[in-house]
Design a protein around this ligand. Sequence first.
Ligand code: GLN
Length: 250
Amino acid sequence: MKIRVGHLYPDYLNIYADRGNIVVFERRAALRGHGLEVDAVSVGDEVRPGAHDLLYVGGGQDREQALIAPDLAAKGTAIREAVAGGAALLAVCGGYQLLGRGYLDRHGADLPGVGLFPHETVAGERRMIGDVLLECELEPGEQRTLAGFENHAGRTKLDPGAEPLGRVVAGFGNDGESGYEGARVGRAIGTYLHGPLLPRNPWLADWLLAQALAHATRGEPPELAPLPDRLETEAHRVSAQRARARGGRF
Ligand code: GLN
């Protein structure tokens, strides 16, 4: 199969090499015999619901977010429609914030959001920086951990009843106090975990690829053949250990 990926604002939102997550999708798809076709979707470009099996938005500083926020908000209806139609989506940090209802940055600028995730974000005084470990259960009964790194001023408040991505074991998470991190709506995942999120959490890459394949085939998410993942498992272990040792303290 060919998996069609829409990479939103690769030229603006790519902090800590968030682009590396696309490389992981490409490689893990190829090892299962699938190709990835990646379209850049930036300022002035259209999102056509149904045209992509997977949408990806990376992170950025307040400055980059302010530059693209009005354009992204204008794509809101199309993005919500794409996800309602079964497309998978991964949004990281700055992208995660702007896929909610909005972000009030630390200069008082009120950036409009897409309204996909049921949350709002307000910048706080101190940045929440460090290693994070989460417990997730995206499929009932399948418990997994996600290890990563966060660096954000924004405090994200989920609406009551909204589904988080996971429970914080170590680290700050959405707001440093709720005990939750990220958000999930259908096949869309938002998270503060940055940069090498997928290289050290290959199960999440495979979950998203399977959801994207389900969209492409209009069927069920397929079982993907397991890969050895020796380095990935080791990277996850080291990262999880660092989070347990010192995650989530100012
Ligand atoms: N500007 C946002 C914040 O600091 C997002 C930062 C980022 O993507 N690292 O909350």
